[in-house]
Design a protein around this ligand. Structure first.
Ligand code: GLC
Length: 534
């Protein structure tokens, strides 16, 4: 994208993911809700994020905590009412921020009226809105496809004597995106929210949306290891990422384009070369296919450096990058890379080229909370016991202060807070200049202020077995970012890259303001941002 071009909010801005069950409880039921989020908007505005993405808030039996939707156009009473939603949207907009909803088009709840109709008889007009198949010989499942949450992906329906397909829980039957009536119904759902003024959607499991027409068996994964989820026993080449998905994404994008200034983000776990296909032909696909590489690769300088390079060069012309460190399905960053590297991760996320998404609580250094076995709520954990796959540890209540239940609720929350909450919380960290929160705030302020960091070019400068270094530049604003991805000290001597400037930000605050020229000694776990002289 050329310098003179106009950058839109979702390119320049920072996205913040709220998991609504765990952000703020306002009515004393131990579960977060919309008025709760509303009461914390001042915090988000202070933090300096531009857009809030909230995980599903719709009517749902909660088999998968809201990702099993039984009515796309209403709010679950746990979270509040449509009036609460409208108020939230108005207040978000008043503060100059944007609100992004979660759209779950791949599957509904088995309690959705569409599915109730579909399963009522083989000739119901909605039968074909879901994926029904006859049993194989001797009553076996139609093919070998597996559910992400364990076991076969097929569920037998006694009444109509067919199987239906569910990529996730049996309570989450997959929709049939080859059916034009279903497509229209989902596009109308999108319009219903867009008419209200929501600023975009994060589209759940976009790469799952359409399956092989012939329902061929998936091949066995020769690299499967028994400690992994059972889903990984097969390579899902026929059940996900089908060529036809791009037509669907294109049509969804066309709906977004009926409105001004909206964004469509796709949840897609795929290798880079397949991921970038979701930008679509001529960038008419999803605006931001979520780039999850930083949360899937080992935390090693060489790997991170080459992932950035690969991603930058795989992007289609005009395709805008984005980076993610964590979300509600993955361990928190501290629990992956440890507390000392967490500030480095924050620096990386907020200085790379492309839209960053921050998962709630990362900014205060929340870590995965140890949940006793009898308190596990996540179906992924419950269905595959013994593999430690529960996602509850990274979904625990936001830690606001040192009062009981961390200021999240007046009563015992749906998931416990950690013992450490009296020292790891927003209130304490706001007062402490060296806290993670203060560090995030400084980084965010710098990113917002400096064009080099929010829209500037990216150029790799150097990497070795400990360090990565890169340049961000836009006009007169130029920064060199040097990150030590290990605990040991090291030297930054990029022989072919003489530079001179001032340390703008460091994980060692004593260095801020000091001059930097040509080579630097770097402490273990240190990250530096050097403002370069012109
Ligand atoms: C996505 C969601 C996850 C959910 C799954 C099924 O991966 O992020 O939380 O369980 O889809 O809807």
């Amino acid at each position: 994208m050329g310098k003179q071009e106009h950058y839109v909010w979702w390119q320049k801005g920072i996205i913040y993911q709220v998991y609504p069950r765990s952000f703020q409880d306002s009515n004393g039921d131990g579960v977060g809700d919309l008025p709760g989020i509303l009461s914390r908007l001042d915090y988000l505005e202070w933090l300096g994020v531009d857009a809030i993405w909230i995980s599903p808030i719709y009517q749902s039996p909660m088999a998968d905590f809201g990702y099993d939707i039984s009515d796309y156009c209403s709010i679950h009473p746990l979270f509040g009412t449509l009036d609460d939603f409208d108020r939230l949207l108005t207040e978000v907009h008043k503060r100059g921020m944007k609100l992004i909803l979660d759209l779950v088009p791949n599957h509904t709840s088995n309690q959705h009226p569409w599915f109730l109709e579909s399963r009522s008889s083989r000739d119901n007009p909605k039968r074909d809105w879901y994926i029904w198949r006859d049993a194989g010989p001797n009553g076996t499942v139609p093919n070998n496809w597996l559910s992400v949450f364990g076991g076969t992906a097929w569920e037998w329906d006694e009444a109509t004597q067919q199987y239906y397909y569910h990529a996730f829980l049996k309570e989450q039957p997959d929709l049939n995106w080859r059916n034009p009536d279903l497509q229209k119904a989902m596009f109308d759902t999108m319009r219903w929210w867009l008419d209200k003024g929501v600023d975009g959607f994060r589209v759940d499991v976009m790469w799952h949306m359409i399956k092989d027409e012939g329902f061929r068996d998936n091949p066995v994964n020769p690299d499967y290891q028994p400690h992994r989820a059972t889903y990984e026993k097969l390579i899902p080449i026929h059940s996900t990422d089908q060529p036809e998905v791009h037509d669907i994404v294109h049509k969804m994008r066309a709906v977004m384009d009926e409105y001004d200034d909206r964004v469509m983000i796709g949840e897609i776990y795929l290798p880079v070369e397949r991921l970038v296909m979701y930008y679509g032909k001529d960038n008419r696909g999803t605006h931001l296919p979520f780039n999850f590489q930083l949360l899937t690769i080992p935390w090693q300088s060489g790997r991170i450096y080459s992932v950035i390079e690969e991603y930058e060069s795989a992007l289609p012309s005009g395709g805008w990058p984005n980076w993610v460190l964590a979300n509600h399905d993955q361990p928190r960053i501290i629990s992956r890379i440890g507390p000392y590297q967490a500030k480095i991760a924050a620096m990386l996320l907020l200085t790379l080229r492309g839209t960053p998404t921050i998962y709630y609580g990362e900014e205060i250094a929340m870590r995965d909370v140890a949940i006793p076995p009898n308190e596990i709520r996540d179906p992924q954990g419950l269905n595959m016991p013994g593999l430690n796959l529960s996602r509850d540890p990274s979904r625990t209540p936001m830690q606001w202060d040192d009062s009981e239940y961390a200021g999240f609720s007046k009563v015992k929350p749906w998931l416990r807070v950690p013992y450490s909450y009296p020292r790891i919380n927003v209130k304490v960290e706001q007062l402490h200049a060296l806290s993670m929160l203060s560090f995030y705030k400084t980084l965010i302020d710098l990113r917002r202020k400096e064009p080099a960091l929010n829209i500037g070019d990216y150029r790799s400068v150097y990497s070795d077995k400990q360090i990565i270094a890169y340049l961000r530049q836009s006009g007169d604003s130029r920064f060199l970012v040097v990150l030590n991805l290990t605990h040991r000290p090291c030297y930054f001597r990029p022989g072919n890259y003489p530079f001179e400037g001032t340390i703008e930000l460091s994980t060692e605050p004593e260095r801020i303001g000091l001059p930097a020229k040509d080579d630097l000694t770097i402490s273990g776990d240190e990250g530096l941002i050097v403002r370069l002289k012109l």
